[in-house]
Design a protein around this ligand. Structure first.
Ligand SMILES: Cc1ncc(COP(=O)(O)O)c(C=O)c1O
Length: 429
């Protein structure tokens, strides 16, 4: 029986127990808009869970899902294969650069991290080299399963349990506003070089192309290309986490496309199915997959899930790629993102705003503290625009289908939020 003191039996993760009661209840979503239980419509500035890249309830995605549900819901990936997964794997090989041809399909971004790390560590064993050290950003985020959570040093996700293998965290010695400068690239690369040079050779370096949960931090131009060179010099695998950035979010198909490089392993989720169904993918180079012929126990990958590469989710992902091409969503992400950042930068004259940064349709407004951030985000919601506020940083990542008028609507809502917060004296003195 439910505790009478609590209004809900639903335990919402990442939310303090004292704040579980009476959340905003979303009952409907269409295109770029969502409606709450009180009948209020909002322009969705956060794409659901930062994943509804084609908008909500896209008719072509619903049609595909319905057709696939009628034909084949799913079947055991251990004993069989099916067309939606086969097609998706080959299409991913087509859009990913270099030798990234071999895809494992899973359900969530965390599972993709889990698989990527296991594959990387096992690869070294397969080829007879003892490497198990992983290097990553201290303020990165790669998921919340046991292994994935170990990679993050962010105070609100950090794991207190024993490390399953050595992990070296690289700190960022400057503010998010300073990170994107050319001088910062030198400093960041020097830190990764130091981490690679110390101790035993590293198995892998894993980073996001833009630090999403770590404050929407845009990395300096050319950083990933230099990290690629560094990994090559040390023979370490480069794993790029495209869970958030992939599928057009940053104005290119993948975040690493900005630097024109190819990682050895790439993880994907969120936008892959336009957020319509749970799906994730890990794509590796052919030599990495081939090495598993020498895996001592199963001569294959000892990792996978019942619903991994679910037929309906995979079918939807194939249509997502069609929708993205037909509706030119990558291009729209770049154009609307630039408009949004340009408009928001005009707010930097406000004492409440300390930085505006973004890449494609990942945009962050850093405020002078959590109080201002919350006041501005709440005012924007009252004005009909949903954003996400965390620790003073307001994240805006609308569906890639957003129009110029809707971008203007976001700008108006944020502008009025800043005015209201200023008038209410949300300035720290
Ligand atoms: C960059 C990145 N990696 C991994 C994850 C974990 O994905 P999931 O929540 O689907 O497990 C997230 C989730 O926000 C993410 O942003």
């Amino acid at each position: 029986m439910r505790n009478p003191a609590s209004s809900s039996s639903l335990w919402r993760p990442w939310t303090p127990i004292t704040q579980q009661g009476d959340p905003l209840r979303i009952v409907e979503a269409r295109g770029t808009r969502v409606r709450d239980a009180d009948g209020n419509w909002y322009l969705d500035g956060i794409s659901g869970v930062l994943n509804a890249s084609c908008g909500h309830g896209h008719p072509r995605l619903i049609e595909t899902a319905t057709r696939q549900l009628r034909q084949l819901v799913h079947y055991d990936p251990m004993v069989s294969s099916h067309d939606p997964a086969e097609t998706l794997a080959s299409r991913l090989a087509g859009i990913l650069p270099g030798e990234l041809n071999e895809t494992v399909l899973l359900n969530s971004g965390s599972e993709a991290t889990e698989a990527a790390i296991r594959i990387a560590l096992q690869y070294w064993r397969n080829i007879g080299e003892a490497r198990d050290r992983v290097i990553t950003f201290e303020t990165g985020y790669h998921g919340s399963t046991y292994l994935a959570q170990q990679l993050s040093g962010l105070p609100f996700t950090v794991s207190e349990w024993a490390r399953p293998f050595p992990i070296d965290h690289v700190g960022i010695p400057m503010t998010p506003r300073e990170v994107r400068t050319a001088e910062s690239a030198d400093a960041l690369i020097a830190r990764f070089a130091e981490a690679l040079e110390k101790d035993t050779p590293a198995a892998a370096v894993m980073v996001e192309p833009l630090l999403g949960l770590g404050g929407c931090v845009v990395l300096p131009e050319g950083f990933l290309a230099r990290l690629r060179q560094l990994c090559d010099r040390h023979g370490s695998l480069l794993i790029l986490d495209e869970v958030f950035c992939g599928f057009g979010r940053t104005g290119r198909m993948f975040g690493f496309d900005h630097d024109g490089i190819a990682p050895d392993i790439v993880t994907m989720s969120k936008g892959i199915s336009g957020g319509h169904l749970p799906l994730a993918a890990v794509t590796v180079t052919s030599p990495i997959k081939e090495s598993f012929k020498h895996e001592p126990i199963a001569q294959g990958l000892r990792y996978g899930h019942t619903t991994g590469g679910h037929a309906v989710a995979s079918a939807v992902a194939n249509t997502v790629l069609d929708v993205m091409a037909d509706e030119k969503l990558v291009e729209n992400s770049a154009t609307q993102g630039a408009e949004l950042v340009e408009g928001l930068r005009k707010l930097e004259s406000s004492p409440l705003i300390t930085d505006v940064r973004g890449l494609g349709l990942v945009v962050a407004i850093e405020t002078d503290g959590p109080e201002s951030g919350e006041a501005i985000a709440n005012a924007a919601a009252r004005a009909g625009v949903m954003t996400r506020h965390e620790r003073g940083v307001i994240r805006i990542a609308p569906p890639l289908t957003i129009s110029s008028d809707e971008t203007a609507e976001i700008l108006d809502a944020i502008r009025s939020g800043v005015d209201l917060a200023t008038a209410a004296g949300n300035r720290r003195t």
